[in-house]
Design a protein around this ligand. Sequence first.
Ligand SMILES: [Zn+2]
Length: 149
Amino acid sequence: MSFTLLRYIPADPHWQPTPEAAARAVSLLETMALKADEIKSRFEDKVRFFDPGENWSGVECYACGADASGWWGRAMDAAYAAGFRDLETPAPCCGKTVSLNELRYGLPAAFGRFALEVRNPETADPTEEQDRAVGEYVGMPVRKVWAHY
Ligand SMILES: [Zn+2]
């Protein structure tokens, strides 16, 4: 069965909130997505990549604007092998050093060691104001990543 995940991931991929802040943010999301199947926080040992699932629609280099699809997979494999500790990589398109976390993903994606996760939120896309509030509860600005599977 297909499902949708709404995720919020801290802007700093290595950062984690306190358990108390995470619980407060979950409570906030519970008021925003009353019909969701499940709302939880995820603490990860290592940085992982939260992608848009089947919504994937490409990736571009932010330094030069070129399509990065050709080299992105290899750069991801190399970064993954190192546990995503370092997200910087040389971009073959322009030779600049870029961060995998800042590339222009066709739809938002993010690296992180923490995520708030809403399964089947059954709600409209939260407003910028709501997104900001989630960040304030967590203790750091967050990125919103919708994923469909
Ligand atoms: Zn480039």
